[in-house]
Design a protein. Structure first.
Length: 291
């Protein structure tokens, strides 16, 4: 990261970049945005295909409980990664396990798990709040990409690399499992295996993105860019590419613009607002085009 920061400083000195890029935290934030944007945008297309938007919201809210649990177990309050990862992964796998073995509608089941995660998380956070700075909890809820450290970037890079290595060779099979499980079974695909694999990838990218986007909002960045891309394109290839591009641009603009304009807006909220503006523009375009 030192070389990236030196390159950014050289750009500032040459007048190619804004003075804001002389701050190391903004460079870290931009690097984080460039990693998490394409990943969330690309996976979001599968979330839409499988209709799991509500699931990603549940996992994001489960992060509250995971963070509180990690702090209670003695982890650093600003990075309780073991508690966060363990609880969210168990939460997601248990939810999917129960779904496959009950007749309860999936949205109802996710609602039950979401309510439970919020209730337990709220109860634990009230206790944990006495031990830590309340601003740390605000960062968890709404994101703080400008506080991303080198260790956070390393964790994010490892998570992104792992997901990419798994996703690229399995994307078509996961997509077919999402769209038509019966055809996937006929072709001999282990649909349950790909379902659980996809759930684990969604959980991992959600965990890695909590500090950047916020637990309350991370699910939105999985959904909105994909929904926007769906309004503008028909082919699957362009759907994935456009969704990744929109998510990345949203992350960059939502990170840099408040800094440049000195707006007191949390980075996670700014990123989602920018993403939602793209969605509204695409919606208006479709309405005008049809009219």
């Amino acid at each position: 990261m030192d070389s990236v920061r030196l390159w950014a400083q050289a750009g500032v000195d040459a007048g190619m970049l804004s003075e804001s890029f002389s701050y190391a935290f903004l460079v870290n934030a931009v690097v984080a945005a460039l990693m998490v944007g394409p990943l969330l945008g690309g996976l979001g297309t599968l979330v839409i295909a499988k209709r799991l938007a509500f699931f990603s919201e549940a996992v994001g809210h489960a992060a509250l409980t995971g963070i509180a649990l990690g702090v209670l177990l003695g982890e650093p309050p600003d990075n309780p990664i073991i508690g966060l990862f363990s609880f969210c992964m168990i939460f997601a796998l248990l939810l999917h396990f129960v779904r496959n073995r009950t007749n309860v509608p999936y949205d109802t089941l996710v609602g039950v798990f979401l309510a439970l995660a919020l209730a337990v998380g709220a109860a634990m956070l009230m206790y944990v709040a006495r031990k830590i700075n309340v601003h740390l909890l605000e960062n968890v809820l709404f994101g703080s990409i400008l506080t991303v450290t080198d260790s956070d970037l390393l964790l994010l890079a490892v998570s992104c690399l792992l997901i990419i290595l798994v996703l690229i060779p399995t994307f078509n099979r996961i997509l077919l499992t999402c769209i038509s499980p019966d055809i996937a079974r006929v072709r001999g695909y282990a649909t349950n295996f790909y379902d659980y694999l996809f759930v684990m990838m969604i959980t991992l990218v959600t965990i890695a993105s909590v500090k950047i986007i916020g637990a309350v909002l991370v699910g939105a960045l999985l959904l909105i860019p994909g929904a926007t891309a769906r309004l503008l394109t028909k082919s699957m290839g362009s759907f994935v590419v456009l969704s990744a591009v929109l998510a990345t641009v949203s992350c960059l603009v939502g990170t840099i613009l408040p800094m440049e304009l000195k707006l007191p807006v949390p980075s996670g909220a700014a990123i989602i607002i920018v993403s939602a503006i793209f969605f509204l523009i695409a919606t208006c375009y479709r309405i005008v085009r049809k009219g």
